[in-house]
Ligand binder design. Structure first.
Ligand code: NAP
Length: 238
């Protein structure tokens, strides 16, 4: 299938790693981005020809319905790739997030991912497609972001379970990026300081992510080792 035009849904494609992935893929493939922004704020940042659906994942059921309806409206009867990249988190010192922060983190990162996987399975199944969960190296547990770490650990388990359940029909993978230079830390209320300068550029992370999606392997960690050995340059293409 490499080289063939694909139909791809990407969540969280309006900034950071997701936007860089959209930029890489949009000329060669048909892309539907789902995001939390209103159309007027999202469309100007997206490349021409990319479809957009407003689907805030803090309400996972409503967002899943909106995304399914957008796929139907586009006339897509099958889906080659679903990239569940949207993510959120809140930095807290010396404890755990508030109830609202925990609820939003789990809703966006985990519940919405499970509901979207379930709802879009029939489209992926028709294409023999690939479902990609974007996790984090934080899934092993990390101070400052306890609920975020828990949500990413949940994605890891969900991906392993679905990979077994859907083997031979839909390839399921979880990909764990390492520290990447995006606005995510600022949005989470965390300043990584000078460390930020060594974080992996978002366009390089997107290049490595595209290669892993094409290879359909799981689980995969995309961190400094791969980046420093030229991983963004030798990654494969979808
Ligand atoms: N940056 C890192 O160091 C790092 C490391 C490991 C894993 N990751 C993971 O990589 C993925 C992409 O993150 P990023 O670094 O590219 O951060 P980012 O630039 O903040 O991108 C996150 C995306 O998710 C969207 N989003 C956030 N809350 C949402 C909601 N309630 N409903 C719908 N969409 C929502 C954001 O929308 P807006 O554009 O409107 O903000 C944005 O498009 C995330 O899953 C993150 O956990 C990042």
């Amino acid at each position: 299938m490499t080289g063939a035009r694909r139909r791809i849904v990407i969540t969280g494609g309006t900034s950071g790693i997701g936007l860089e992935l959209v930029r890489r893929l949009s000329g060669r493939h048909d892309i539907l981005v789902a995001g939390r922004r209103e159309d007027a704020d999202a469309l100007p940042v997206l490349p021409d020809g990319v479809r957009y659906v407003h689907a805030p994942l803090t309400d996972p059921e409503a967002a899943t319905q909106a995304i399914a309806e957008a796929i139907l409206k586009a006339g897509w009867v099958k889906l080659d790739n679903l990239v569940l990249n949207a993510g959120t988190g809140f930095a807290v010192d010396g404890g755990i997030e508030t109830a609202g922060q925990i609820r939003d983190t789990l809703a966006v990162n985990l519940t919405a991912s499970a509901l979207l996987a379930r709802a879009l399975f029939p489209w992926l199944d028709k294409a023999g497609g690939t479902l990609t969960f974007v996790g984090s190296v934080a899934y092993k547990g990390q101070g400052l972001f306890p609920a975020y770490a828990a949500s990413k650990a949940g994605l890891h388990g969900l991906a392993r379970a679905l990979r077994a359940e859907w083997a031979g029909r839909v390839a399921v993978q979880v990909v764990h990026p390492g520290p990447t230079r995006t606005e995510m830390h600022q949005k989470a209320g965390h300043d990584p300081g000078r460390l930020r300068t060594i974080f992996i550029p978002a366009y390089s992370m997107a290049a490595m992510l595209e290669g892993v999606i094409a290879a359909r392997r799981s689980p995969v960690t995309l961190s400094f080792g791969r980046y420093w050995t030229g991983g963004a340059a030798w990654s494969g293409r979808l």
